[in-house]
Design a protein around this ligand. Structure first.
Ligand SMILES: N[C@@H](CCC(=O)N[C@@H](CS)C(=O)NCC(=O)O)C(=O)O
Length: 207
């Protein structure tokens, strides 16, 4: 088996972080190929692996999978013992719903509070849409944690946590105020060994 994950610059590539965390959670060996983003050659380099022209891309022998959530779904099927989705069918449906909501939404948070693991930025004046998305994110987390008891959204680490990992970093980068009952979750995510490993590498990137 030869798994390769093509990712972008670690301090800014929020989409790449998700399947990388899933692979680390599984504990399977994989080759990591990092393509620096925002360079003249970026697009050409990504196109060598995927005609979609975006990272992340997972390559499993001759199979090419683009899109972070599709990669996570594939990994959940390929490595069932890693329990990347909750075991309970109702919880699994909820985990898929919140993952899909994250994947397809929160455009204002993405735009106004872009991920940058190398920065600590004072909170800018938030526009109403960004504030309402931040409120929604916290409501999702509170509901999931109340049902599961934590420390992760569905008890143990799942794809849902991988999907939200980049927005957790934004809360920290921009010192976004959050409800006190989310402190344990945000700290659990920040101190996840794989998250620390990604962040350490991100901090020494050149640009
Ligand atoms: N829906 C895609 C979005 C991926 C995406 O937008 N990736 C950005 C980097 S984080 C990218 O590849 N940009 C291409 C570029 O900068 O040329 C996914 O979930 O994988």
């Amino acid at each position: 088996m030869s798994l390769k994950l093509i990712i972008g610059t670690k301090h800014i590539s929020s989409w790449s972080l998700r399947p990388w965390l899933a692979l680390k959670h599984i504990g399977v060996a994989f080759e990591e190929i990092l393509i620096p983003l925002n360079k003249p050659q970026t697009r050409q380099k990504i196109l060598q692996y995927s005609s979609a022209g975006r990272v992340p891309v997972l390559i499993d022998d001759s199979l090419v999978i683009w899109d972070s959530l599709a990669i996570c779904e594939y990994l959940a099927e390929k490595f069932p013992s890693a329990q990347l989705w909750p075991e309970n069918v109702a919880m699994r449906a909820r985990a898929r719903a919140v993952s899909a909501e994250m994947h397809s939404g929160f455009a204002h948070v993405r735009q106004q509070l872009s991920m940058n693991l190398k920065k600590k930025v004072p909170l800018p004046e938030l526009n109403a849409d960004t504030q309402s998305e931040l409120n929604r994110l916290q409501a999702i987390w509170r509901e999931c944690l109340a049902l599961s008891g934590g420390p992760f959204l569905f008890g143990s680490f799942t794809i849902a946590d991988a999907m939200f990992a980049p927005v957790v970093t934004r809360f920290l980068t921009y010192s976004v105020p959050y409800a006190p009952e989310l402190e344990l979750y945000i700290q659990a995510m920040a101190h996840l060994p794989a998250m620390r490993q990604w962040t350490s590498a991100a901090l020494i990137e050149e640009n």
